[in-house]
Structure formats: structure tokens, C-alpha cells
Design a protein. Structure first.
Length: 170
């Protein structure tokens, strides 16, 4: 009996490191999946594919987004979709988005990411406009798919002039 308990204890201890390794493997897989999502997002922006862009967000009224431009917030996927439609209507020319310095953390079915996003869009006058902003996304894994449930975009503001710094540098 004593030996059985001892053997059981040894077997249990042997599985603990593999549990930790499994969690690390899941986190690494989740991070790769989320990074790939941001790459697909950039491709969707370039083609102005709003359906694909919106596929990265939770598709219901629980989505809350703080955009870098007025109004202050959007509640629900329909409202945020309209924001993208209006933005692309204002800038009908070519568009490019590049996320960099992305940091991703996941724990189970929740995660967050933050980084710097650089957009170059072309206005109705044919002139390109470069916008560099900060982003923070909160994600939830639903039915095996990571979706953004909250997004916060911002640009630094000069406190003296009150002007936004659309080309913010570190």
C-alpha cells in the first residue's frame, strides 16, 4: 500500500510539468493565431473588405470601441461597422494598415493586445494621409475563435496646443 501511494505521488508530480508545458503551448498557439488575425486585418484594410474587418470583432451589441476620432465611443458591431464605412467613404483611395510592436497576452479564453498601428489612406483629393495611433484590444475566445470585444484607439495630444499628434513617435 505504501509503495502504491508513493508511486501515485511520483506519477502525479511527473504530470505537473507537462500541464505547465501544455499551458505554454496553448498560449504560444493563441499568440500566433492573434498575430495572424492582425495580418489578415491589414489585408482586409488594403482591400477595404468591411465584412472581413468586422469578422475580427464580436458581432453583437456587446462590442465597445473607443475610436481615435469622434464620436467618443461606438457601442455594438453595427455602429462600429458604420464607422468603418464612413471612414472609407471619406478616404476612397488606397488604404494601408500596418500594426507593429504588438504585445499579446492570453489566459484561457481572455486576452489582450496592444501596439502601434500605422495607416496611410488617400482622401478624395488624391492626397495621402498618414495616421499613427496606439491600440489596445481585449479579446475573448468564443467557439475556438479569438474576437475583439473591446477596442481602444488613441493618438497623443499636445497639452499646450490641444492638437493631436497623428505621427506620434516613441
Amino acid at each position: 500500500m505504501k509503495n502504491r501511494g508513493f508511486l501515485l505521488w511520483i506519477l502525479l508530480l511527473g504530470t505537473l510539468p507537462s500541464c505547465a508545458t501544455a499551458r505554454e503551448d496553448n498560449a504560444a498557439t493563441d499568440e500566433k493565431t492573434i498575430r495572424a488575425m492582425y495580418d489578415r486585418f491589414s489585408t482586409a484594410v488594403a482591400s477595404k473588405d468591411i465584412n472581413t474587418i468586422m469578422s475580427f470583432y464580436i458581432p453583437d451589441e456587446s462590442l465597445v470601441a473607443f475610436d481615435a476620432f469622434p464620436p467618443r465611443q461606438y457601442v455594438g458591431a453595427a455602429a462600429y461597422r458604420k464607422d468603418y464605412e464612413d471612414f472609407f467613404a471619406t478616404f476612397p483611395g488606397p488604404a494601408k494598415s500596418e500594426a507593429r510592436d504588438i504585445h499579446i497576452e492570453t489566459a484561457g479564453t481572455l486576452g489582450f493586445s496592444h501596439g502601434i498601428d500605422r495607416w496611410v489612406v488617400t482622401g478624395k483629393d488624391g492626397q495621402p494621409l498618414e495616421i499613427v495611433f496606439r491600440f489596445t484590444d481585449v479579446l475573448r475566445k468564443i467557439n475556438g475563435k479569438w474576437l475583439i470585444i473591446h477596442e481602444h484607439l488613441s493618438v497623443p495630444v499636445d497639452p499646450v496646443t490641444g492638437k493631436a499628434d497623428f505621427l506620434s513617435k516613441p
